[in-house]
Design a protein around this ligand. Sequence first.
Ligand code: GLN
Ligand code: ZN
Length: 769
Amino acid sequence: MAETPATPSAIPAATVYGYPRQGPDRELKKAVEGYWAGRVTAAELGSTSETLRRDNWRRLADAGVAEVPTGDFSLYDHVLDTTVMVGAIPERHRAAVEADPLDGYFAMARGTQDVAPLEMTKWFDTNYHYLVPELGPGTTFTADPAKQLGELREALALDLEARPVLVGPVTYLLLAKPAPGVDPAFEPLSLLERLLPVYADVLAALRSAGATWVQLDEPALVQDRPRAVLDAVATAYRYLGGLTQRPKLLVATYFDRLGEALPVLADAPVDGLGLDFTGPAATNLDDLTALGGLPGRRLVAGVVDGRNIWINDLERSLTTLTALRDLAARVDVAASCSLLHVPYDAALETEIDPEVARWLAFARQKTAEIVTLARGLAGDDISGELAANQAALRSRATSPLTRVPSVRARAEAVTAADTRRAQPYAERTEAQRTRLGLPPVPTTTIGSFPQTSELRTARADLRAGRIDQAAYDERMEAEIRAVLAFQEEAGLDVLVHGEPERNDMVQYFAEQLDGYVATQHGWVQSYGSRYVRPPILAGDISRPEPMTLRWTTYAQSQTSRPVKGMLTGPVTMLAWSFVRDDQPLADTARQVALALRDEVADLETAGTGVIQVDEPALRETLPLRAADRTAYLAWATEAFRLATAVVRSETQIHTHMCYAEFGEILAAIDDLDADVISLEAARSHMQVAHELAEAGYPREVGPGVYDIHSPRVPSVAEVTSLLRKGLDAIPADRLWANPDCGLKTRGWPEVRASLENLVTAAREIRGEA
Ligand code: GLN
Ligand code: ZN
């Protein structure tokens, strides 16, 4: 490639790191699932994928994006694609991959009858899940750049400027875990020197195929990293930057500020850096300025929030961009991260009030904003766009939806006393014991029972008008009666109504709270072919009417045993929605908490003695940087207490969390001041019970003794043995017996057998058997 002269290359361009893969109508989901079901051939899947990629690129190019991303597309997950690219196929999948690369790929993602899939976990603090690479001292890497090369060639054939996007080598290793059978202390990063030559091969191949620039994504560097990791970053980029046969390298970071990794990357012989300038990452501007910028190099400025669905404040972004202009040879404009995390096109949302719809920006609208900003930075006249943007922002700031005086006044009037129960735990527990009269090691479940196709059909029938509300309610009540009858027969102590009326634990509440807005087409990828449609926290939140009271009181009227009320906590409501960006998260959480507090109070007044408020997202939304965690945990736990502290001492508050890595939030869990916590523990052999005990956790604990992620029925002996392990850490008067999580994804036969075994095991432990 001939060196471009300085002036034209200095014109700011618009670019993106990645685009939603699914297509405007989730065409990819249909094709992939059709392939799994045998309805779609490999060739058809391939051509659907190619069409989706081409449409995305054309759409980006037509909108004015100068350099389109390639390689960001995936049939399942881009980290799994990277595993294929570097040849790190786990031993147990190798035969399948060799026999048929496509089927082998899906086997790694989903497992087969005989072979377990790769583990799946959250991609940083987003709701996207990636497949965890499994590495060990024996791992060897070989370059397989076919997918990257294929997509690059497709884009070049359309006469587009294209920039392949790869997961960077340091992030890839930091996201990996020791393979099964490997010493758990093994550090995948120790394989860096073995991995780098493979990246060199891929880069050389991309260069030969016509790539001028290649992007290496290193989001793992926005987390607190020890010196050894920063040294590894320096080593990696000294090596890659020193290659002779290579394209220009753009190292992109996102999701937070780069911090101590910024000088390391700035010193590396790479040609450009991508930095996030949104939210807490805005301090990248000061850090970059203090460092003296990136003279002679390219800076890609992520000024449009790639994780939220609100229109950008174009004037504010232009101010940032203008400040950045003198800090690099060329400043391009981008979203803070890949647009993978936002839905396709807000223009499809024809059912949203047009006044609200004009505040929304999905991938397509964000692309237009990026292009507008690049033009503005280049000196084009964008006054028309700025004026329209200012008007939309003003409409949002002054809308009766976003400012409800009564909601604001109530939130402001919250006092510390509102967030504290009247008596400390030790005194409450006596009152609860007297009221509930439960045996030692009481048994319960986490809330949901199997969501059968009959239940889903009833919901669909109601929506389509095939049945009326009364008929729907009768079906739900029948289900509740059946679920209660089973629990009584099985001998469970604290019953649940089974959540048959809930489509989803967040959506169910979002649909009933004022201030939330639902989308029709706002799908984002959660993992593989699974897409979610997060509701939007658009305005001030309030509860016009009770949300669960009817079902809980109905259930309680059918049994003499205690029925547990079931709510989704404020932090989880935020975590699985699109949140407001025009006020602190703490303010939104407080509004949601107050709405839930009303529900808790109504449940108690109706005679509910046990109320569970689920917070599975408390650990998930922990900020990436340790320095931000104290503030987060303070408002998060306060919101939970505000929602629950309204009850009298004899009303027992439960909470539930799913994942077992609690180390860092043990103190926060205590700070929730719940009376009972249930958590996932079956697979980790009750480890969490021991962690809680060691931390001096004083309350009641229900570590899961039935792994609900598998259809396997645990035997009585297994559950008894887990309970005994629990008893090693937690005394019998504070230990509960329950499954790991809700049962909604399970089938009735296995649920029945498993819960019967669980009750038998608890009785054995009590000496009743
Ligand atoms: N109460 C919910 C249920 O049982 C909890 C689900 C969850 O923790 N994710 O389904
Ligand atoms: Zn759970």
